[in-house]
Design a protein around this ligand. Sequence first.
Ligand code: ZN
Ligand code: ZN
Length: 440
Amino acid sequence: MRCHVLLPTLLLPLALAANAADDSLNERLARSAEAIQPKAVAWRHDIHQHPELGNQEQRTAALIAEHLRQLGMEVQTGVGTTGVVGLLKGGKPGPVVALRADMDALPVLEATGLPFASTVRQQYLGEERPVMHACGHDAHVAILMATAEVLAGVKEDLPGSVKFIFQPAEEGPSDYAYDGERHFGARQMVEAGVMKNPEVAAVFGLHVTASMPTGLIGYRSGPVMASSGDLHIRVHGKQTHGAQPWDGVDPIVTSAQIINGLQTVVSRQTNIMPAPAVVTIGTINGGTRHNIIPEEVVMTGTVRTFGDEVQQRVNERIERTAKGIAESAGAQAEVKIIDSYLTTTNNPELTERMVPTLRRAANDHVVVSPMVTGSEDFSFYANEAPGLFVFLGVTPMAQMGKAAPNHSPGFLVDDAALVTGVRALSMLASDYLLQTRPDH
Ligand SMILES: [Zn+2]
Ligand SMILES: [Zn+2]
């Protein structure tokens, strides 16, 4: 009872003093994010001109490690292949918050015409291919390098530590071939112990997108990006002459029936009221000649769902459908689904708590995003600790609706968005630490 009387009189001045200190810290972060913008742009252009495929990011990793060391951080290199992890220890005790960027590029021939366009070629699945930062991971690296410098400048006032995670192979290892042995970058990092020693209490990340205007931040509480399963179906038949199909078992007709059957996994067998699901067959290969019924057909595809339970159920239905149809034709189907990404789920409490920070970082240019059927291996960190993954628009307003999407040869990043990214990550980290400090 007494507390009701005492709280306003005794605790309010303390709370106000703490908020005033937080405000001045935020102002310092904002000023510093502005000041570092030219450096962030220079880093992005340099990294854009020297893109590297998944697990081959040596040059990018060296650049990052050198920068973090210059900032006085403890730096680990070669984490989960080429990953770099830096730990910034704040001046006061408190928890550890992690910020993550991905370093890898894509096997895409750049057609932007930029003065710093890539002409790089690298090995991809055993072949030399042109390489481009077509998903904007160059911007992610530049934003996180700048954020590291901004936070290092206020480290005496941070109650806790910030772990900077620069991971390889978000788009997958460049020697990945459905064997399930080589993992995607975030999973390699988690398996290498990046969320431990010291233990991470919360993790934040962002992704640039051509579908939103420059500086706009999009967030969503709960499931935001789909899980992704790599589907591989091998249909064994019995080879025979194309003129006498009754002497064999036709895997081509069987595959056609399987493809049709798979259309009912989502449309007839999955409750899509809470969230969508997608099953797509992307390749089909079989046969050598017009008048030979081949021995086998191989199909590959992708499975997108939101949530482990649905993912499990859809996988089971795909297997049941493919095997059942093959059996009815006297053929056999081998079905393999490698779950390469989990559903990216933003922790609802953490999201709600950090929305005011996002608003401040983006000067109120904040929207709630729709669910996205694309996938992100940020999901592996968010599976270990509460996570929040947001989208950052990088298309000038005048180009909205016309800009080339992520992963395309004409994909562009408006450099003016970088400062919002730096503000967002640095303020998310500092606000989280200030709100979680022992005396708060
Ligand atoms: Zn991508
Ligand atoms: Zn990406």
